[in-house]
Structure formats: C-alpha cells, structure tokens
Design a protein around this ligand. Structure first.
Ligand code: ADP
Ligand code: MG
Length: 680
C-alpha cells in the first residue's frame, strides 16, 4: 500500500500542477516518496520568540509582536505594490513589509499577537522586517523545516506539499525495520521519525528522528553492497597457471618499479587461487597503474582468457587502447577498442570478434556494458579510475563472464575504514612508489596580474620543443557566471594575441568524440603546442612532452581535482611546472592552493582538502560510485555505520536472501537502492 503511494507521481498530489512538478523535478523530486524523503536541510527555531527590543539585528530570529495597524497598500514604480503592516511589543514598533502579496499581508489582523520569523533591519526611525514568515502566536512553539529550494518554489509551499504528501499516505507508515532490530538499537518507529524530521517539536526529537533515518539509509546501503559483493566468495574456472610477466617486462620501455612488481604479483596470486579476484589498486597520479593493468591482461590473455578494460572517457579509452596495442605488438594478442562514437560497422566487427574469441583484450568506455557485448571467455575485468563508475556498472560488466577476476584502479585515496565499507572484502594493493627520475612539478599560485609573465614562460618552453595545457573551468554547461573565461573565445584570443607563432587548439567535453580524439591525438603526436582544455583532460591522459599546466580560475576546482590536473605534467624527463591562477581572495582558497604548492602527495592533499572543505563534499557518495545518501555521512556517522554493519551481518546470517515476510520492506528498499546505484 505504502509503496504504491510512495511511487505515485507528485503531480497527483494536491497543490502540484505542471509548473510545480517541473520545479520539484529540478530538486530531484518525482514521486510522493521523493517528496517525503526531501528532508529539511535545517530548521528555523520558533521556539524561543523574543521581543522586538531584544531581537538581534540582521540575523534570522523569531519575534513576538502585536499588530497595531493592518496592511496599507502603496503603489511603487513599475507597477509593484508594497504592503506595510505595523506591529509593536509595547515599547518599540516593527514595520513588516511585503511586496505584491496582498493576500499574505491581509491575513494579519489588528490586535492579534503573531510570531514573525525573518531578519530584523534597523531603519532610521523604526525596525523593519522584509517579507517575514509568520504564524499566530498561540501556535505551539516549534522548529520549522527549511527545505532545499529552487527559484519559484518557496519554503512555505514546500512545507505545505510535504504535509499533503504525508496526509496522502496510510498512517502509520509501514516500518521496514523488524521490531527486534529497532528495539536492539533503540530506534523510534519509522512513522514517528518521518513526521518528526519534518516537523520536530524540539531539537532533540529532530536528532532522534535523524538517527533512525540514517540507520535505515546505512543499513540499506550495507545490505545492498553485501548483495553486490556476494559473488566474490565463490569459485572460478579462471585459473591462471602460466605467469608470463617476465616476457611482458622485457617488452616494457622501462623497468617496472618495485611497487608495480609487487602489485602484479599480488594480483597473479589471486588469479591462481581458483577464487575470483576482487582487488583495488590504489596509486597516486603517475604511479604507473596502466602498466600494471597491461601486465595482467597480457598474462591472462596468454592463458587463453579474454580481458575487458573499462575507462570513464573516450579519450582515456583510446589512449589505453593505443598503449596496449603498442605493448602487445608481436605477441599475437589482438586488442580492440569499443566506444560509443564508433560507427555501427566498426562496433559490429568488434562485437563479432569478441563473441568468437578473436579479440583477446577489449578496451572501452561504458559502451562495454551494453547488452550486445558478449564474450567468448571473459577472464579479467579491469576498471580504470573506478570512482567514475557506479557499483552497479562494475557488477554489470562482471556478469558478462562466469566469475571473472576483477581489478579496479583508482588514484583517489580513500581512508581505510571507508574503503572497507565501500568495497567490503575487496583486497587492497597500493602502488606507493613513483617511477624513478620523476621530477616534482614546481607549483605556483598567482593572480591574474601574472598572465603576461605566464604567457612568456609558455612561449619559452614551446620554443624549446615542449608543450603546455591551459585549463579553464567548463563554460558550456550553461548557467555558469559570465565572469568565467569562455574556453572557446579564450582559445581564439590566445592564438591570435598571446601565441601567434604557436599551434593552439581547443579541447572540451561537448565536442564530438571523433574530433576530441583527433585533437588529443595531434597533441600527443606533438602537432599542437598549446592545448586549451576543460577538465576532460583531468583523467589519466598521458603526454610526457607536456611540461606546463596552467589552470585558470583555480578556485573553481577541488584540490584533488587540481592534483589530478597537475598529474598531466611531470611525466617525462623534463622539469615541469604547474601554475594556478586565481583572483579569489578568500583565506580558505589561499590555504587550499598553498597545499598544492607545498606537497605532491595525493593522500596528504586529500586529507587537507577534507579538513578545509569538510567531509560532505569530498567523500560524497558520487565519487565512489555509490548512490547519493540523503542524510548519512560516511565519514562522520561512524557509530551508526558500525551498528548497521552488525545489523546487516546478523540479518543476512539468518536470512541471506531477505526473503522472509518480515524482511520484505528491507528487501524492497535494497532493491530501490541498487536500482539507483545502477542508474546513477
Ligand atoms: P597512472 O597511475 O596515473 O595511471 P600511468 O600508468 O599513466 O599513471 O603512467 C604514467 C607515466 O609513467 C606513463 O608515461 C608511463 O609510461 C610511465 N611509467 C609507468 N611505469 C613506469 C616505470 N616503472 N618507469 C618509468 N616510467 C613509467
Ligand atoms: Mg591512469
């Protein structure tokens, strides 16, 4: 019953027409359930109203006052109407003003007491509140919800809609949590939690409700992840008996580092065991993860099994394809590329070869996930920069084989405890050593008065045969503020004004894939001197002759993202430089950029980023391919995480498939979560 109402389109709700439905959709709210789960991001405290005299200036507060003069209308220029109402606390008067809100203002009656919520301004002669919210003073004092909003949708409307949504459900709401679990962990009932988180009588009640709902969220997450991971402890036919890495090492243009050798050995040991490998390889930018993947694919393929390597962008997939093709030349192994932008004919040829076993290693993008992709004998799945993929996407690729091995590679450092939650029984290998002779990239943070000097510096390096990147924040995405450098226009200006004698080209995410590849290819081949780019180059791109990374509006990027960008240079034998340009004067911004100037250690940078930005953002679920969490925070809700881990383990022990009737609600929640993870 409840599930039905929850799944109903919001447009069937009282108060929601096509316009509001569109606004709600902007907030990600499509169903009645979404609306009920649009929890307040904060509360207004109406529980301790003060007198006008005692109210603070310019801070949100709740004031109690008596209306002494009803609404007075004034016509303003432009046809706007201003309504003013006068109230008093007996000592001081308060003017309340409302624009174009005749109905609202008319609700205030002379001689009655009200609570007004808003910011108090100190006018010349009297105090004033512009467009306050209000309620009759005899309404019980409480906390009022503050919802995430979008232009055209007020908090008041949102509050009303949530009330309507709750009224539409059969109450009490069916509780998915078995009573025993609820009691064991001292949690309130779902119905109470949902009602209270929207309309809490006290701050403590709100806290209790939050705890219950966070518990639900994390329990569902852990049950869902457990389901995805279940496969790992089976057996597999993919047993790699012959280690061919010595042959592969002989083909490499460099000697592998000790860390690379160790990680390869760890993975090979897994793949010899008869149990499917589940291994995460973490290595900072430039630590040489590609060579590790290639070594493993080489051995697996020579043992008669196919390999699939999935990368998050076409540029990166193409680049890996080229690297693999080069390294495998003469081995008899065939490498193929599969991306969304290939012609139908190209794709069909690859698909046929894959199904027939004529291709040994396929490198591709999300295109690999399509139903039409079938393997002859899939033995190893590698996902590069795994945080870009959803948990469900990884699982979908694995399903294309019968218990294939899995290797995920990531440059994003994750604290150990979090890695355990996210990856569970995934084994961890760390490449904790950079290839020898790596130069640290000298990094400077400057303001835009340095532009001329930066350009001269670029010209000098181009004259010496080197190449440069200039990165601008993405503008084509639409609503970005106009003061951002428009990449397209910027590239043209650079070509004609700053670098008339250099070859400048533009690369951005909205370009057709074929064109992107062509530009990237030309840059890799040294036919372009200066690449003006958006962050499409952030992930993995490898051009050792590029020695300069200039980032415009550096304040717009996360620290780890800047670290990734910087990782595009300093990859060859030449000293490299990264210049971060920012006119943003904020203290935090300066500190952030200084962190990059001072260290090249990705783990430390992630740590600092975390301290300066707070966890919500950095370890946001999206970064790790998890469904977005509504309330829970994986970094700070550690106690609840521990409890839910235990609860999940207990539940799965007694009912591994959650098929008992008392677990039906949980099973449905898990299914919904997996669906979201899959479609994320
Ligand atoms: P990432 O770990 O960021 O994916 P890559 O695999 O792209 O790093 O490697 C970065 C660069 O280092 C590439 O140019 C690669 O050829 C080179 N490289 C990798 N391993 C070694 C090594 N052991 N010695 C020297 N260069 C190496
Ligand atoms: Mg890489």
């Amino acid at each position: 019953m409840q599930a039905d109402v929850f799944a109903q389109d919001v447009c069937y709700l009282k108060g929601v027409g096509p316009n509001r439905a569109a606004l709600l959709q902007k907030l990600g709210i499509e169903t009645v359930g979404d609306l009920i789960e649009a929890y307040p991001r904060d509360y207004q405290d109406w529980s301790h109203p003060v007198s006008i005299t005692a109210a603070p200036i310019d801070e949100p507060c709740c004031v109690r006052a008596t209306v002494i003069a009803p609404a007075e209308e004034r016509l303003l220029s432009g046809g706007r109407r201003l309504y003013t109402v006068l109230a008093t606390d007996g000592q001081v008067n308060l003017r309340l003003t409302f624009f174009n809100a005749r109905y609202t203002a008319a609700q205030l009656q002379r001689g009655r007491d009200y609570l007004f919520y808003g910011k108090l301004g100190a006018g010349f002669t009297l105090r004033e509140m512009v467009a306050p919210q209000f309620a009759p003073a005899q309404t019980p004092p409480a906390l009022h919800p503050v919802y995430p909003l979008t232009a055209g949708l007020s908090n008041k409307v949102m509050t009303g809609l949530v009330k309507n949504a709750l009224a539409r459900c059969d109450r009490p709401l069916a509780d998915p949590l078995p009573d025993a679990v609820r009691r064991q962990y001292g949690l309130c009932e779902l119905d109470r939690a949902v009602e209270t988180i929207h309309f809490p009588p006290t701050a403590q009640a709100a806290q209790e409700a939050r705890r219950r709902l966070i518990f639900d969220e994390l329990l569902t997450l852990q049950l869902g992840l457990a389901r995805l991971k279940n496969r790992s402890r089976g057996v597999t036919d993919v047993v790699i008996t012959r280690d061919r890495t010595p042959d592969f090492f002989a083909r490499l243009p460099f000697a592998p580092t000790g860390a690379q050798r160790r990680v390869i050995r760890e993975a090979l040991t897994d793949m010899q065991s008869g149990v499917p490998m589940n291994r995460l390889v973490q290595g900072d930018v430039g630590s040489g993860k590609t060579a590790v993947a290639a070594a493993l694919c080489h051995t697996v393929a020579l043992n008669g099994w196919q390999c699939a390597v999935m990368a998050p962008t076409e540029i990166l997939a193409t680049q890996h394809y080229e690297t693999f093709s080069r390294l495998f030349a003469g081995t008899g192994l065939r490498v193929a590329l599969l991306t969304g932008s290939q012609t139908k004919k190209q794709k069909q040829a690859v698909l046929a070869d894959l199904a027939a076993g004529a291709v040994h290693v396929v490198v591709g993008t999300h295109a690999l996930l399509q139903e039409t992709v079938r393997f002859y004998a899939l033995g190893l799945v590698v996902t590069d920069e795994q945080h870009r993929f959803g948990v469900g996407q990884r699982a979908a690729l694995l399903k294309k084989g019968s218990a294939p091995h899995m290797l995920v590679m990531s440059a994003t450092p994750i604290p150990r405890t979090l890695a355990l939650i996210i990856y569970g029984d995934l084994d961890l290998s760390v490449i904790d050593e950079l290839p020898p002779g790596r130069q640290t990239v000298a990094t400077y943070a400057v303001d835009s008065s340095y532009h001329e000097r930066v350009y001269a510096f670029i010209r000098k390096h181009v004259a010496a045969g080197r190449q440069a990147y200039i990165v601008c924040p993405l503008v084509e995405e639409g609503d970005e503020p106009s003061d951002l450098t428009a990449a397209t226009q910027y590239a043209e200006t650079l070509q004609t004004e700053a670098f008339p004698n250099c070859r400048v080209a533009l690369l951005h995410g909205k370009m057709p894939a074929a064109q992107k590849e062509q530009v990237m290819g030309a840059f890799a081949a040294g036919q372009i001197d200066i690449l003006v780019a958006t962050t499409v180059i952030e992930v993995g791109v490898d051009v050792p002759n590029a020695v300069l990374m200039v980032v415009e509006n550096a304040e717009r990027f996360g620290l780890s993202q800047l670290h990734q960008l910087r990782g595009r240079v300093g990859r060859g034998q030449y000293p490299s430089t990264c210049i971060l340009i920012s006119d943003h004067q904020g203290e935090t911004n300066r500190k952030r950029l200084n962190v990059l100037c001072q260290t090249a250690d990705g783990f430390r940078i992630a740590d600092e980023d975390l301290k300066l930005r707070g966890p919500g953002d950095f370890f946001g679920a999206r970064q790790h391919g998890l469904p977005r969490l509504k309330l829970a925070d994986l970094l700070t809700d550690t106690e609840t995480l521990r409890q839910t881990a235990r609860a999940a383990a207990d539940l799965l022990q007694t009912d591994p498939t959650l098929s008992r009737p008392e677990h039906a609600g949980l099973a449905a929640a898990v299914k919904r979560m997996l669906h979201r993870a899959y479609t994320a």
